[in-house]
Design a protein. Structure first.
Length: 154
């Protein structure tokens, strides 16, 4: 019961975040607010993708419901962070490399690829088939890594 409530609340938060993503840029009073927002989104997305990946890689016991719920949340979150890459958000506490602002058209293409792979992962997770999930995790991970390699400081 507690897991169901937690999952429901997390999904509700993700849906609310998606619904408010477009006007989010107008809501950032300071560049630091945008940085905090995008870091939070990436953290939630990474956490939920990581849960599915851990199951796919055998590092965590497979639970079809947790995999499906986590993939759903990661997919919703994957659309949110890019609104917060605004002028002035290249300074401060960020792991984004300076090139992200000069190559943002390429970043958007990489983001779209990652989002498409997240959608495939979400569909695979809903089947409950671990082999399908493993394949989708691999492709999603590659899509995430493509951006990290060029645009994220370690």
């Amino acid at each position: 019961m507690r897991q169901v409530l937690r999952t429901t609340m997390t999904l509700a938060a993700a849906v609310l975040a998606v619904a408010t993503a477009l006007p989010a840029a107008a809501q950032f009073a300071k560049p630091e607010d945008a940085i905090k927002y995008r870091k939070a989104v990436f953290t939630v997305m990474g956490t939920h993708f990581g849960r599915v990946a851990a199951m796919a890689n055998g590092r965590a016991p497979f639970d079809a419901k947790v995999a499906a719920d986590s993939a759903e949340i990661a997919t919703a979150m994957s659309t949110l962070p890019y609104v917060a890459f605004l002028p002035g958000t290249d300074k401060g506490e960020t792991r984004a490399k300076p090139e992200i602002w000069t190559d943002f058209d390429k970043v958007k293409l990489l983001a779209e690829k990652m989002q498409a792979e997240m959608v495939k992962l979400n569909a695979a997770a809903k089947t409950g088939n671990i082999d399908s999930i493993k394949a989708a995790v691999g492709e999603t991970g590659k899509a995430c890594k493509a951006c990290h390699d060029d645009y994220r400081k370690e």
